[in-house]
Design a protein around this ligand. Sequence first.
Ligand code: TMP
Length: 253
Amino acid sequence: MARRKKIYEGKAKVLYEGPRPGTIVQYFKDDATAYNAEKKDVIDGKGVLNNRLSEFFMSGLNQIGVPTHFIERLNMREQLVRSCEIIPLEVVVRNVVAGSMAKRLGMEEGTPLTRPVVEYYYKDDALGDPLVTEEHIAAFGWASQQDMDDILSLALRVNDFLSGVMMAVGIRLVDFKIEIGRVFEGDFQRLIVADEISPDSCRLWDIETGQKLDKDVFRRDLGNLADAYTEVARRLGVMPKNNQPVTKPTLIN
Ligand code: TMP
């Protein structure tokens, strides 16, 4: 196979030039990082699970008319996506107080919010992705007012979709992060959901037991991360049909 050109390597994924103009191959690694990469490990099978789970969420969003970068899954670890210009914001939607919100506001984790709270963080690892307001976003030109309206609408639609899908399998969607990309179509531009949606970028709690089924298992040393992600995949019915361990290559889709 011809060697592909690497475009970018991040903490959990590698991007390669795609087979057609305007496409990118997104490769999911097994690397797990937390606290701005201060904590690192390799979790056997995580990339395979996140590739499948991101495919599941993104294709579901495409089907209900929420545009995403996802085109198709290529194999166990790779998916074909539309290339886009990433807006330098992490868009976080919260339904329940947890993580940095609990810390920042001195609130107890698990406190339900009476309405979803949307927050923006400036994507800059060196600064530790600081929380910013719409004032900063406008002043520094990271996104226009129209973009912000579209981003809010996308974020809330993703929240409704993911909350419903997770609720149906007994999981509470506590919070999640998405990234937004800009694509150009002729003279027009439009915003789409990009990057990934997986238990790396969500907080997922079992509704009955409160058990954490997301990256907090790794961040807080609560057990085996691949087992937690496998449980999410199993409940959503996105495990390979023969249920073979995800770390072994399989020909069955
Ligand atoms: P936080 O509580 O640490 O701010 O995270 C909120 C949610 O967003 C949580 O589900 C994790 C996710 N997230 C990321 O995936 N990457 C990030 O860089 C940030 C800031 C949050």
